[in-house]
Design a protein around this ligand. Sequence first.
Ligand code: DGL
Length: 278
Amino acid sequence: MKLNRELRRDAPIGVFDSGVGGLTVFREIMRQIPNEKIIYFGDTARVPYGSKSQETVIRYSEQIVRFLRTFQVKTIVVACNTASAYALDTLEKDTDIPIIGVVKPGAKAAAEVTRNGRIGVIATEATIGSQIYTEYIRELNRDVTIYGKACPLFVPLVEEGLLQDPVTDEIARRYLAELIDIDIDTLILGCTHYPLIRSTLARIVGDRVTLVNPAYETAKELKEMLQAQGLLNDESPSLGSNQYQFFVSDKAEKFVRFANSIIKYGILSAKAVNMEEY
Ligand code: DGL
């Protein structure tokens, strides 16, 4: 699909996720490119995506892209690893604005960082089952072995706020034991929620293992892409311009509470949207 040349550099960036997890990506974008306006959508009515089929995740993602495009966004970031794994190819084919996912930037960083060629990936069942990280990393570096491990309990633990807790510690120890035995030297945090338990994971795998955070890598790649396309906003948005707007498909108040617990920006409100209309 040909890119739309009429895009404005002061237009917002659309960011979406299955729920609150993509706020880790939002947070990196606001830190790395603070002049940008962002429209964030969290699909809180239909989370989790990690246990759904590819057709369903594609259908949900297409609806969200239609919703975000009503804001004339200049680009879309698929902040969800599962949606990036399952839906990015389809979304790219049908969209005339740049669209980036979180998997490729994370895979690229891991391929560059590893020294012993043993990379661990932790993510949802869907992302691990799709083998997408393996595919991308091996396109860049054929001499590596990738070990995937689905960690489905991490998402509810994070959403329960158990970021520093003996229960999270114990579960992390069990999930990571085989990756530690295999002697990985790089671990990709392949799910939006995992950067929030980064210190627990780092302590368990030890300091010989480098953690790769796709949220950080994605914001970096987004900045480079916007620069290359002449779309980076160089002027800070005027006061009262609603620089960051949040939309969800359910439970707006719960979303706002979680958002304020991880982002020190003072997110005052999120609006509920009926996705059946898109
Ligand atoms: N956002 C999802 C991901 O990064 C995790 C939560 C879910 O399963 O929807 O894969």
